[in-house]
Design a protein. Structure first.
Length: 132
C-alpha cells in the first residue's frame, strides 16, 4: 500500500442499485393490505442511509401505501436490503404502480408493476364461472 500512487481529493461517487427482486401481489382484495417485497443490492461505492438522502418510494394512482421503514442502519457497498411495503386499493380494477430507489435527486433504480384489485364477491363469481 505504501508504494501505490496517491490521488488527492474525493473519490468519484457511484450510486448503483440492482433490483434483485420486486414481488408484488398479482391480485389484491379491495380495502385489505397486500405486501410488496423489494430486494436491492448496493452495487456502488457509497453508503446508503436516509440521512444521506436515500429513499425507497412506491406510488401509483389508486394505490394506497402503508407506513414502512426501509432500514434502520446504513447499507454498505455490496450489501443487500430487503423491504416490505404494505399496499392496498379502495376500488376494483387494474392499477399501475412504480417502485423507485432514489439517492438525493437521482433515481438509481426503478421498476413498474401492475396489480389487479377485486372484491370478495367478484372473486367468488369468477371462481364459480370457471367451474361452470
Amino acid at each position: 500500500v505504501k508504494n501505490l500512487s496517491k490521488t488527492r481529493g474525493e473519490p468519484h461517487r457511484e450510486d448503483i442499485a440492482t433490483i434483485i427482486a420486486a414481488d408484488g401481489p398479482k391480485i389484491l382484495i379491495t380495502n385489505l393490505n397486500g405486501e410488496f417485497k423489494l430486494k436491492l443490492k448496493n452495487e456502488g461505492n457509497y453508503l446508503w442511509s436516509s440521512e444521506n438522502g436515500f429513499v425507497v418510494e412506491l406510488f401509483g394512482e389508486g394505490i394506497i401505501v402503508g407506513d414502512f421503514v426501509w432500514s434502520d442502519r446504513e447499507i454498505y457497498p455490496g450489501e443487500e436490503l430487503e423491504v416490505s411495503i404494505p399496499i392496498k386499493t379502495k376500488e376494483k380494477g387494474l392499477f399501475n404502480y412504480s417502485i423507485k430507489v432514489i439517492d438525493g435527486a437521482s433515481v438509481i433504480a426503478q421498476r413498474n408493476l401492475v396489480v389487479k384489485s377485486e372484491t370478495y364477491l367478484s372473486l367468488l363469481i369468477d371462481g364459480l364461472q370457471a367451474v361452470f
